[in-house]
Write a protein that binds this ligand. Structure first.
Ligand code: GYE
Length: 325
């Protein structure tokens, strides 16, 4: 008897749970034959990292399981807010987006919540007062990437006399990767008195801007020892500026950057870039898994980490053929 009651209770509980989780948020998404409609707002196409990320996301959120509404914000928050509002109006099942900057999302996220549409943050985090405004965040640990860049520099500076004069090319102003990479890098170098950041300015994560700002750095500063660039594309732009100024990138000015894109491995192979800290953009499949769970009303972790490493010049030749982005 106890057994039968037990089963009955379990069955009732399962029904209840199914009813609860099948609320407005799920709207039947994932039902047999019905695709999960996902609105994805991408930052832009500013870097090699970003284009690899877009390819990975598009490949993973493919038909017939998903129906993807993809929108490119061209690095502008106002465009992203417009895209999110249009996803809400279309009543998509799940919204996923990579927020260009950290702040200014409260109202639109509240609108999504009121509409019962769960939000998955990808790649970049937001600062909001209410954590229930998004379901989960999948992305890298940018503070740790900044620390890794600094630790590489410390290691590479062993036995060198100071001062070590560093210039920094920051990512997009107000973006999570720019804020966090600055923070992590300083945390480590501040402990060693030889190191000084003599110039720091945004190159907006693009090659063109990286080159332009590096040119200005070279005009303004004599004896730059190190460049820390928040992404590989800016470093690659800066390498051009350094060469045009008659200096040897990788020798006269040591360079460390972040992402680990193919262009960085090629620059390392040519001896022009010293190290790159990996930031893996290929999380499309992981994202698809999260979206599947969120759409089905299943519990998901608040934070999902992407695994990554550090690569130096001596590894470039062997690693290059293995790189997928
Ligand atoms: O490092 C940069 C891109 O948010 C991690 O954005 C991403 C960064 C990446 O433009 O190349």
């Amino acid at each position: 008897m106890r057994n039968i009651f037990g089963q009955g209770a379990a069955f009732a509980l399962a029904l209840l749970l199914a009813a609860c989780s099948g609320g407005d948020a799920a709207k039947g998404a994932g039902d047999a034959g019905k695709p999960i409609v996902v609105g994805f707002s991408q930052v832009g196409a500013e870097s090699e990292w970003r284009t690899a990320n877009t390819t990975s996301v598009k490949a993973a959120l493919a038909e017939p399981e998903f129906r993807l509404k993809f929108s490119d914000a061209q690095q502008k928050q106002e465009n992203q807010i417009k895209a999110l509002r249009s996803f809400i109006a279309q009543r998509v099942d799940v919204i996923a987006f990579s927020p260009v900057v950290e702040t200014g999302w409260e109202s639109v996220l509240r609108e999504a919540k009121a509409a019962g549409i769960p939000v998955v943050l990808t790649d970049r985090a937001v600062k909001v007062s209410d954590d229930s405004l998004y379901a989960t965040f999948i992305g890298s640990d940018f503070v740790e990437e900044g620390r890794r860049a600094a630790r590489w520099l410390l290691e590479d500076s062993k036995g060198r006399a100071g001062p070590v004069r560093i210039v920094e090319l920051q990512g997009t102003v107000g973006s999570a990767p720019a804020n966090d990479r600055m923070k992590g890098f300083r945390e480590i170098i501040d402990a060693d008195k030889r190191f000084a950041i003599v110039r720091s300015q945004s190159g907006d994560f693009t090659r063109a801007k990286g080159k332009e700002v590096m040119e200005a750095f070279l005009k303004a500063e004599e004896g730059i020892d190190v460049l820390f660039a928040h992404n590989d594309d800016m470093a690659i732009g800066a390498i051009q500026a350094i060469e045009e100024a008659g200096l040897k990138p990788g020798e006269d000015i040591r360079i460390v950057s972040i992402d680990g894109v193919r262009g960085a491995f090629e620059a390392m192979k040519a001896g022009k870039l010293n190290a790159t800290i990996e930031c893996n953009p290929l999380f499309g499949e992981q994202l698809a898994g999260l979206i599947r769970d969120v759409a089905a009303g299943k519990p998901v972790p608040r934070r999902v980490q992407v695994a990554e490493g550090v690569f130096t010049r001596d590894q470039a030749e062997a690693e290059l053929p293995k790189r997928k982005y």
